[in-house]
Write a protein that binds this ligand. Structure first.
Ligand SMILES: CCCCC/C=C\CCCC/C=C/C(=O)SCCNC(=O)CCNC(=O)[C@H](O)C(C)(C)COP(=O)(O)OP(=O)(O)OC[C@H]1O[C@@H](n2cnc3c(N)ncnc32)[C@H](O)[C@@H]1OP(=O)(O)O
Length: 303
């Protein structure tokens, strides 16, 4: 597996020698020595911007879907395509997810995708939500959420699915699984992801009350790992990634898989049933009414 490569000393600049240091362990290190003409690769669509620094193996993904980065079917599709590209890119070992929209990380699932649509549409939408979670929670990359704004429900799920969460210190920002406040229910795999992060008791109370936690409280309950001033966010995220990348990828990845496997397997085993449950639940008149009232409330809040 591990080729023994004679290392010149010092290494010529711009040339990557596999296994030369812990920082080079992993997918990037499995490649033969290569010249690095450019160190940055960028790809973008109208919802998401991704920049991969091929020298460090770290990609930064920025959500840029105004007004609030809501997770529409289009957004989820672009998100999954971006994740797949990075996962299959041997030069990429870590991903930082953040937002380009001021004050909002993501407003969660796009409520309009769950309102007044056909059962076929609900099924397609829910499959896309599942796919996003399966890819992110099951990612072999180091994943860090750099949360620079509010992050309710599906937005919180994205953060929870990462390996580490850093949130900007701002009394106006909130994060949590607030589904109960909308008159809907977080599905079992949202709940499992939450429980795996904050523990059963905290999750039970927070979910039943549909709480959106201010940043300091989110830190206290372990929903976010660190709180930093806005201007330190990217620097902190890079430092955390460097710490996690200092370990050999295979050991970290196998450990991650061991910790998350039961929850991922459970969802995969019940995927079709979960879609049917979602479609049945969301199509109910009472649920449609709750969503409609919630959207009204959001609009009234503005005026
Ligand atoms: C028992 C079996 C169960 C099986 C499973 C069944 C159940 C289903 C589970 C579904 C899980 C759902 C997960 C979700 O993610 S639901 C979405 C939850 N999200 C929210 O509650 C956030 C709502 N939004 C806000 O609180 C605020 O908008 C804000 C994000 C804090 C931003 O505030 P602000 O900057 O003041 O902006 P506005 O409120 O003025 O919003 C701007 C426009 O964006 C629209 N908007 C906001 N959020 C959403 C959204 N999530 N989806 C769609 N649209 C959204 C808002 O209405 C404004 O639109 P307008 O300009 O046209 O008025």
């Amino acid at each position: 597996m591990c080729p023994s490569v004679p290392l010149p000393s010092p290494c010529p600049p711009g040339i990557l020698f596999p296994y030369s240091s812990p920082q080079l362990w992993g997918r990037a290190a499995l490649q033969p020595p290569v010249l690095l003409p450019t160190q940055r690769r960028t790809f973008s669509n109208n919802k998401i911007l991704v920049e991969l620094d091929t020298s460090s193996g770290v990609a930064t993904m920025k959500f840029k879907s105004p007004p609030v980065n809501s997770l529409s079917l289009d957004f989820l599709t672009e998100f999954c395509i971006s994740l797949e590209k990075l996962e299959n890119d041997r030069a990429c070992r870590a991903l930082i997810i953040t937002s380009a929209i001021p004050r909002i990380f993501s407003s969660g699932l796009d409520i309009m995708e769950m309102f007044g649509k056909s059962t076929e549409h609900y099924a397609e939408f829910w499959r896309a939500v599942q796919e996003m979670w399966l890819r992110l929670y099951g990612s072999s990359m180091v994943t860090v959420a750099a949360i620079n704004g509010s992050s309710p429900a599906g937005g919180c799920l994205i953060a929870l699915s990462c390996d580490y969460r850093i949130m900007v210190e701002n009394p106006k920002y909130v994060i949590g699984l607030n589904e109960a406040q909308l008159g809907i229910v977080a599905p079992f795999w949202f709940k499992d992801t939450f429980v795996n992060t904050v523990g059963h008791r905290v999750a039970e109370r927070s979910l039943q009350l549909g709480l959106l936690h201010p940043v300091t409280e989110a830190h206290q309950i372990g929903l976010v790992d660190e709180v930093v001033p806005e201007e330190k966010l990217q620097e902190k995220a890079a430092a955390v990634v460097a710490q996690w990348l200092a370990l050999p990828d295979h050991a970290r990845q196998l450990t991650k898989s061991m910790m998350r496997k039961a929850v991922l397997d459970h969802m995969l085993a019940h995927r079709e049933e979960d879609i049917q449950n979602f479609v049945k639940f969301i199509s109910k008149d009472s649920i449609q009414k709750s969503l409609s009232m919630y959207m009204e409330m959001l609009k009234k809040k503005k005026s």
